[in-house]
Design a protein around this ligand. Structure first.
Ligand code: TYD
Length: 211
């Protein structure tokens, strides 16, 4: 595959979305062809699935259903957007990917990392990130801010759930350390951004996009 696939992972409120937009600005300035996308969602069908997932009225949703919906949204995303963009040689930056399901559904919901990985692999068509940037911050510090004025079905699960997800991420990184880089997301946004750009620059050099 000609393109480069970068995913951003971390607890709710770790600042991934802000940084992903800044990465886009950086690529635009360099004249690099890129796509910024997110999960759940990223395609028309995926955004419809996202609405079902985050809807606060769907209190009856079972953990297995939730995991399959995330996996379905991801499968469509790979099929319709991620894989075609990579085949065209673009850089794809995705706000959340497989590790989110492993952490939230595998560990947070207790479905098991391996089982959740298995249902996802069905839809991944062999796509693997070249770089996974983990935004490391304790959700105790961020989840209150996210839920102050409401919050979606998952954000409202409480700090115990989000602590479990955070511990889950650390376990997953230990289990699958390939291509993972950790950034301290408690630092000021400017510093986090500079660290992220350094990681991306070194990947682009390795892939010979830059000299
Ligand atoms: P996200 O879009 O990152 O949240 P926000 O609305 O704050 O931008 O993701 C929505 C929620 O879904 C978030 O709590 C994380 C959760 N999530 C999972 O539980 N599993 C997954 O596979 C993904 C992609 C997200």
């Amino acid at each position: 595959m000609k393109g480069i696939f970068i995913t951003l992972e971390g607890p709710d409120g770790s600042g991934k979305s802000t940084i992903s937009n800044l990465i886009g600005d950086y690529f635009a300035k360099l004249g690099i062809d890129y796509v910024i996308t997110r999960e759940p969602g990223g395609t028309q069908i995926g955004e419809k699935i996202r609405e079902i997932i985050v809807d606060n009225e769907n209190k009856a949703m079972g953990a297995e259903t939730e995991a399959l919906l995330f996996a379905a949204s991801r499968a469509q995303h790979v099929h319709e957007k991620i894989l075609p963009s990579l085949e065209e040689g673009k850089i794809v930056i995705c706000d959340r990917f497989l590790f989110s399901s492993l952490a939230y559904q595998g560990v947070g919901r207790g479905l098991g990392i391996d089982r959740v990985k298995m249902i996802n692999e069905f839809g991944l068509k062999g796509v693997k990130p070249d770089l996974i940037i983990f935004f490391d911050c304790d959700p105790k510090l961020t989840i209150l801010r996210k839920t102050k004025n409401g919050g979606d079905r998952l954000e409202l699960l409480g700090s115990e759930f989000h602590e479990k997800v955070y511990e889950g991420y650390k376990e997953i990184i230990k289990k699958y350390p390939e291509n993972v880089e950790i950034v301290d997301a408690r630092k000021p946004k400017r510093e986090v951004y500079e660290e992220v750009i350094k990681l991306i620059d070194s990947l682009l050099k390795k892939k010979e996009v830059f000299q």
